[in-house]
Design a protein around this ligand. Structure first.
Ligand SMILES: [Zn+2]
Length: 391
């Protein structure tokens, strides 16, 4: 779903351009100013909340050659007076190099393309890593499985043993929290005793998927959802192409994530949702096998198909959540506002148990995708379960 990787398409110039979550940001800036940013930190929050943008901003604040400070007469984070907040200059050699990594998707594409150029034997051994600065390493989930792999964690461990070369600290940013098992165990070792010059930041949409032993060794900072009204204002300010009546819809669908709202591609979403509705109708209407087959046929193997399937499943999850909101008597919170009458009809035709079971089957499709099965096959099976469990 064409989500922009960072809150802004150009590198931010200071922390004040970060939208929302003021208390959490101040808490982190205060910690950096006092030299006590945790060595292991989980930044959690929904997709598009700005986790990656914030991680790079924190990296800049730690590594900046000029170390600017901002004095707050009153701090939201601590409730105290005269707080000094860390900032970054954005123009020194450390800041500018780190800023080159702001467009995460583009950097990942470049790294994947470079790997494709390698000989077959080397390809297997090469993991996707992004290094904007000698002391800053960004570790995205490695395609096609999109998990963080052992080779990537080994790169962290190797590099962490050396002192920083050109900046005060070494910073490792893991952009997701889904790990291969051996990779998670290996990361645990360095989290047990991180070198004093090292900061490891794990960005997570769902910290629950991390090993409890990893979670317990990290501090966690959560980026909460922004209110719908705030996102609508942001859209009217920055997305002039979006007609006013679609702003509400996008604001709801972005689930409180500013970056997601700004980069929201309504056309792609609507098309994924049409397919998700077709699946949903398997449960409440006489199944239309021809239409279903035609639809699942369009979900092919490969990176593009995987993206398309991921969009479909995410959309389907939102629809299920809307059904729950209607069933629990809070239809005003429905996010697919334009489909509300249709969703109300479906919500009355299915049981709570059906929604629960369907969301479990959905988890299985996700993990099937992780194991890289043929996408259309697992979608067909999923559609089958929906039809049989509804009645
Ligand atoms: Zn700087």
């Amino acid at each position: 779903m064409a989500i922009v990787p960072s809150q802004l398409l150009t590198p931010p110039t200071d922390f004040n351009s970060f939208l929302g979550n003021t208390a959490a940001i101040e808490q982190l800036r205060t910690a950096i100013a006092q030299g006590r940013l945790p060595h292991s930190l989980i930044l959690s929050g929904p997709a598009g909340a700005g986790k990656y943008t914030l991680a790079l901003m924190l990296a800049m604040a730690v590594e900046c050659e000029r170390q600017p400070r901002e004095l707050r007469s009153y701090s939201v984070a601590t409730g105290s007076e005269g707080q000094s907040l860390a900032g970054f200059c954005g123009v020194c050699r450390n800041c500018t190099r780190i800023a080159t990594a702001f467009n995460l998707n583009e950097e990942v594409d470049k790294a994947v393309a470079a790997r494709e150029e390698l000989r077959e034997v080397d390809k297997k051994e090469t993991r996707v890593l992004i290094q904007p600065h000698p002391d800053v390493l960004v570790i995205p989930p490695d395609p096609p499985q999109l998990l963080i792999k052992l080779g990537q964690v080994r790169s962290i461990i190797q590099s962490a043993h050396y002192l920083p070369a050109e900046a005060p600290r070494k910073i490792f940013i893991l952009t997701a929290s889904s790990f291969m098992k051996e990779a998670a165990n290996s990361l645990l070792k360095i989290l047990e005793e991180p070198p004093a010059t090292v900061h490891i930041l794990i960005l997570s949409e769902n910290p629950g998927e991390l090993l409890p032993t990893i979670r317990s060794r990290c501090a966690t900072v959560r980026l909460g959802a922004l209110p719908v009204e705030e996102i609508e204002m942001l859209l009217s300010d920055r997305r002039h192409d979006v007609p006013p009546k679609q702003r509400t819809l996008i604001a709801r669908l972005a689930q409180g994530a500013a970056g997601r709202a700004l980069g929201f591609d309504l056309a792609t979403y609507t098309s994924a949702r049409a397919d998700a509705m077709l699946l949903l109708h398997q449960a409440t209407q006489e199944p239309d096998h021809t239409a279903l087959f035609k639809m699942t046929e369009t979900y092919r193997a490969g990176a593009e198909g995987q993206q398309k399937a991921a969009d479909l499943l995410r959309t389907f999850t939102l629809l299920l959540e809307d059904l729950l909101l209607i069933q629990s008597g809070t239809p005003e919170l429905v996010r697919n506002t334009d489909l509300r009458p249709e969703l109300e009809r479906i919500a009355h035709a299915v049981t709570f148990q059906w929604i629960e079971q369907t969301s479990r089957s959905l988890d299985q499709v996700w993990s099937g995708m992780r194991r890289n099965l043929l996408r259309n096959l697992s979608l067909d099976a999923f559609a089958g379960t929906l039809a049989t469990t509804a009645r």
